[in-house]
Design a protein around this ligand. Structure first.
Ligand code: ACO
Length: 144
């Protein structure tokens, strides 16, 4: 792989294995194409909410979400949040994950973000460290 043309998600990615790819990350559920398209409409309306994909041979083989949070502090600066990163299991270990994170870092810088935040499990810590991240503070969650 030497084509890292990360682009924004489109409705027809539903037919290119996008849901199957996401299921390698977590439970996705039974999502119809109509429901998917509706959800993408919400994403599009939500300023700063961008889902990127990488297509190869008509299949979506990697995805990552970048949420840009427009803040008031620090002179109305911005912070970005990385979510839902996944590379297809047949393509892992080829630097695609790293290129995806580099792309999200690039977009964050373009949007003048002063930092990027993400949560990951212990297993993925090394991967993000290789992408330049470091562990800071305590992450907390309240699940419903
Ligand atoms: N442990 C140690 N090192 C790792 C790991 C790991 N789990 N994963 C990757 N690396 C290293 C690689 O060896 C490589 O090192 P190098 O630069 O010295 O050669 C470097 O990190 C970059 O690796 P890539 O090949 O770019 O990683 P890959 O394309 O395989 O993608 C990813 C990594 C995204 C974590 C993939 O394994 C995956 O999709 N996993 C399942 C889904 C998942 O857990 N996603 C992360 C959720 S956290 C979130 O979304 C914020």
């Amino acid at each position: 792989m030497n084509n890292y043309n990360f682009r924004l998600i489109r409705a027809d990615d539903y037919n290119k294995g996008y849901i199957e790819l996401l299921s390698q990350l977590t439970t996705v559920g039974e999502i119809s194409k109509d429901r998917f398209v509706l959800q993408l409409e919400l994403v599009k309306k939500s300023i700063g909410h961008n889902i990127y994909v990488l297509e190869h041979n008509n299949k979506i083989i990697a995805t990552g979400t970048l949420l840009i949070e427009f803040k008031i502090i620090h002179n109305c600066s911005s912070v970005s949040h990385i979510e839902d990163i996944v590379v297809d299991k047949n393509y892992r270990g080829q630097n695609i994950g790293k290129k995806l994170i580099e792309h999200l870092i690039y977009i964050s810088k373009l949007n003048k973000c002063y930092k990027i935040l993400l949560d990951c499990n212990e297993y993925n810590k090394k991967f993000y460290e290789k992408c330049g991240f470091k562990v800071v503070n305590n992450s907390m969650a309240l699940y419903f």
